[in-house]
Design a binder for this molecule. Sequence first.
Ligand SMILES: [Ca+2]
Ligand SMILES: [Ca+2]
Length: 225
Amino acid sequence: MKLHNHIVMKILNQMKIYATTAIVVLMLSVAMAVIPYASAAKDVTGTGAPSGAHYNLNIIGIPKEKKGGTWENNGHRIFVKLWSKDAKIMLLKGESFNVIDSDGTDGKATLQLMDPYPGDSTDAVYRIFVRALGKPGGSANMTSGFIDELGNEWYSLENVTLTRNKGQSKFSDKTLELTTIFIDFDGDGAAERYYLFDNELWQYFWDYDNNGLKLLQIRIYVEQA
Ligand SMILES: [Ca+2]
Ligand SMILES: [Ca+2]
């Protein structure tokens, strides 16, 4: 009988340990489920962009009379004409974000980007936020596109228009518009989506039409694994 009691106590103690473990595991999983939401909510600052590490890029509109100046490349600036519809920012795939050719006033600048869609992924591993700054009134249009292996230029049916209005300018997430090209490439009458850098025979670009916008600010956030 004593032995029997001893075994019962042992089993009860064991059950207590299991129960405690189960509660701890449950609490941990609840905490882990809550953490991403908590940090995501905290991320949004008053500018409309998340807080945290990011790559900065300024696209600066230069008045015509300034042509011939110096085009110092600090890796974070691209210069375009203030009023022009003939600039392309060529996109090169690399291991980091960096401006290669900062002078777009000659019609062509070059920007190195990380592959937003490694492998067969269609979920971007970074997000691109943009906003218009500078004197109110200016606007700019960005359209993703590519030059195919035959030299034909393709422009996405989706584009980004940024207008500098009065008051605080907020960032908005334009990852989809700037990292995919939505076109009817195969000519069946319906557009399909092409992902940046997926085809090594194509040269990708952002077409940049400037209507007096002095400063377009880009922030790129790499999603933390
Ligand atoms: Ca150039
Ligand atoms: Ca099609």
